[in-house]
Ligand binder design. Structure first.
Ligand code: PMP
Length: 415
């Protein structure tokens, strides 16, 4: 009935084999499947659930909003609250528009950058995923990578021809591209911490070069923080690396598990959007009040004192514990964290490039995934996805995970 049995490809376990679990309930750090098995969850709906599953404050905000009406297709107070909050929390946002998914956010940001500059070319980086709009489905990460389909059928060659794909963390390639086709480049879009080819941290020099080149050549720098905003820290990756993009795309955490996306940035650019300007963008359910209630309640939780310090400490102790447990049994595994995101790599050191990500031992990852699943720990069903920790994950969850992983790593040493 459903193609591949799923409504988003990575859910199908194509990369790890076996049968996907059907989940019926989540609470805090845990999920339960239809057979009654409990799992400590490190997917967190692929990032949105930074406060864990079904947080009571989020659930009650949603119920309250739902009782007042599901949708109006007209301005509401919650939209204003969300816009004000996002502009306050992310100083690079002078104006913001709300949409319903990360894909809509990036697709609209690209159109806006093209409309603003009057240019067509987009620069992206191999292994970065920015949703499934045509021009961005070129050498993309996440599901596209898992399925081994670097680009998609159905994307016209004419569209892909306007996308230049460069190596992540390669600042020289960026300088060269601007020398060659700088006058054609409308935008550079980047995951400022890459989370769709496992987790790859940017070199500060790489991000700085993007900022400099875009400024010098009049191109729009788009930070795709759909995954990283309110996840790697209070001000996203732009706060962490102290770089101000022209536009930022948002999703995941700002919806707290409900469909919300956003894009925002410099007023001068944002005012080119309809109804003020000529760049069209719209949505029947954009700024939906029930979805925003979940997002606002989640963001409020992240604003409590020390939230991101605690989240980062828990995630760090998980990454550190996993790496140490593997090394105790002589397995060449590395792991690292960025705020509430982590990467586990079946290679001796964390990768700095897409090519290094591809060197990870996928067979070992598959065995790790299934052995952990059997023991009640749910990791992303692909070696190319980052992991997520929530504020509901306690030191006890982390310890149990590391202990189980130690036993699994021992098994992995046997052929
Ligand atoms: N950009 C990034 C960085 C993402 O991680 C994702 C989703 N994983 C998207 C865009 C697309 O968001 P959505 O799935 O909500 O369309």
């Amino acid at each position: 009935m459903i193609p591949g049995g799923v409504n988003s490809p990575v859910r199908a376990y194509g990369a790890v084999g076996g049968t996907p679990r059907i989940f019926v309930r989540g609470e805090g750090a845990q999920v339960w499947d239809a057979d009654g098995n409990a799992y400590v969850d490190y997917v967190g709906s692929w990032g949105p659930l930074v406060a864990g599953h079904a947080h009571p404050q989020v659930v009650s905000a949603v119920s309250e909003a739902a009782a007042k009406g599901l949708s109006f297709g007209a301005p509401t107070e919650l939209e204003l609250q969300m816009a004000e909050l996002l502009c306050r929390l992310l100083p690079s946002l002078e104006q913001v528009r709300l949409v319903s998914s990360g894909t809509e956010a990036t697709m609209s940001a690209i159109r806006l950058a093209r409309g603003f500059t009057g240019r067509n070319r987009i620069v992206k980086f191999e292994g970065c995923y920015h949703g499934h709009a045509d021009s961005l489905l070129v050498k993309a990460g996440s599901g596209a990578l898992t399925l081994n389909q670097p680009s998609s059928a159905g994307v016209p060659a004419e569209v892909a021809a306007n996308t230049t794909v460069l190596d992540y963390n390669n600042a020289e390639a960026v300088v060269r591209a601007f020398e060659e086709v700088g006058s054609e480049i409308a935008a550079v879009i980047v995951e400022p911490v890459a989370g769709n080819m496992n987790l790859v941290l940017p070199s500060p020099d790489f991000l700085r070069t993007l900022r400099e080149q875009c400024s010098q050549r009049g191109a729009v720098l788009i930070f795709d923080e759909v995954m990283t905003a309110f996840r790697v820290g209070a001000q996203g990756a732009q706060g962490l690396y102290d770089i101000t993009p022209d536009l930022t795309t948002l999703g995941k955490v700002i919806g707290g598990g409900m469909p919300v996306g956003a894009f925002g940035g410099r007023r001068e650019i944002m005012q080119r959007l309809a109804p003020l300007g000529p760049v069209y963008q719209a949505g029947t359910l954009s700024g939906n009040p029930v979805a925003l209630a979940a997002g606002l309640a989640t963001l409020k939780l992240t604003q409590t004192a020390g939230f991101f310090d605690r989240l980062a400490a828990a995630t760090e102790s998980l990454a550190d514990g996993l790496q140490r447990a593997a090394r105790e049994v002589g397995l060449a595994l590395s792991a690292q964290a960025a705020g509430g995101m982590f990467g586990i790599y079946f290679r001796p050191a964390p990768p700095r490039s897409f090519a290094q990500v591809m060197e990870c031992d996928i067979r070992l990852f598959k065995r790790f995934f299934h052995a952990m699943l059997k023991r009640g720990f749910y990791f992303a069903p692909s070696a190319f996805e980052a992991g997520f920790v929530s504020s509901a994950h306690t030191a006890e969850h982390v310890q149990r995970t590391v202990d189980a992983a130690r036993a699994v790593f021992g098994e992995l040493r046997q052929p």
